[in-house]
Design a protein around this ligand. Structure first.
Ligand code: SAH
Length: 214
C-alpha cells in the first residue's frame, strides 16, 4: 500500500520548500490537506505528483506548486476574507480556509461546486461560502475582499474584481492568451493598482461576462 501521507510530506519538501515557497503557514497547510480527497479515484495514487490532474467536466486541479505560489502571494495572516473564482475540486479552497477567516468561492459548473461542497464539508470546513455562477462578476454583495484569487486564465484583468478589492488587498490572477499565461499579483493602494509578474503558467480558460466568451 502507498503511504500518501509520506508522499505529501515529500511533495512539500521537494516541490515547494526547495523552490521558493517560504511562508510557513502555507507549507503547513499543504502538509496537512489530503490532495487525494479532491481527485477522482483513478488518479488518487498520482495525487502528490508535480502536475495538474483532471477532475472531470474538462477541468483540472492545479499543480501543487501553483497552488502554493498563488496562496503565498495573497500574504494571508489569518483574519482575511478571501474571494476565490473557480472552485473546481475545492483543493485550493481548503488551503485558503486553513489560512484565513472566511472564504467566498464561486464556480460556474454546478456539478463541480456540488462535489467540492461535499468534500469540504466531510473534511470539516465551516468557514466557506459557495456561489454557483459567473465569478468574473466577483461577489458584489460580499465585497470588499482582502484577497481575490482566480484559478482560471483571463484574457485581461477584470475591472469588476479590482473594484472589489479592499485597501491594501491583493488580486492573484493568470492573464494572457488562451493556452499560456502569466501569473500576476495586483495590490490596491487607494485608486492605484501595483502590478507584479510572478511566473509563467497554464490554466483552463476563465469563461464569463468579463472573461473569455464561450
Ligand atoms: N482551484 C481549482 C482549479 C480548478 S480549474 C482546483 O484546485 O481544483 C478552474 C475552475 O474555474 C474550473 O472549475 C472552471 O469551471 C472554473 N471557472 C472558469 N470560469 C469561471 C467563472 N467565470 N466563474 C467561476 N468559475 C469559473
Amino acid at each position: 500500500m502507498r503511504d500518501l501521507q509520506k508522499e505529501r510530506l515529500a511533495m512539500v519538501e521537494e516541490q515547494l520548500r526547495k523552490r521558493d515557497i517560504v511562508d510557513h503557514r502555507v507549507l503547513k497547510a499543504m502538509a496537512k490537506i489530503p490532495r487525494q480527497s479532491f481527485v477522482p479515484a483513478d488518479y488518487q495514487s498520482f495525487a502528490y505528483e508535480d502536475r495538474p490532474l483532471p477532475i472531470g467536466e474538462g477541468q483540472t486541479i492545479s499543480q501543487p506548486y501553483m497552488v502554493a505560489i498563488m496562496t503565498q502571494s495573497l500574504e494571508m495572516k489569518g483574519d482575511e476574507r478571501i474571494l476565490e473564482v473557480g472552485t473546481g475540486s475545492g483543493y485550493q479552497t481548503a488551503i485558503l480556509a486553513e489560512l484565513c477567516r472566511l472564504v467566498f468561492t464561486v464556480e460556474r459548473i454546478p456539478a463541480l461546486i456540488q462535489k467540492a461542497r461535499v468534500t469540504l464539508q466531510e473534511l470539516g470546513y465551516r468557514n466557506i461560502l459557495f456561489l454557483d455562477g459567473d465569478g468574473t462578476k466577483g461577489w458584489p454583495k460580499k465585497a470588499p475582499f482582502d484577497g481575490i484569487i482566480v484559478t482560471a486564465g483571463a484574457p485581461e484583468i477584470p475591472e469588476t474584481l479590482l473594484s472589489q478589492l479592499a485597501e491594501g488587498g491583493r488580486l492573484v490572477i493568470p492573464v494572457g492568451p488562451r493556452y499560456t499565461q502569466t501569473l500576476y499579483k495586483v495590490t490596491r493602494k487607494g485608486d492605484h493598482f501595483k502590478k507584479e509578474e510572478i511566473t509563467g503558467c497554464v490554466f483552463v480558460p476563465l469563461l464569463g461576462d468579463y472573461g473569455w466568451k464561450e
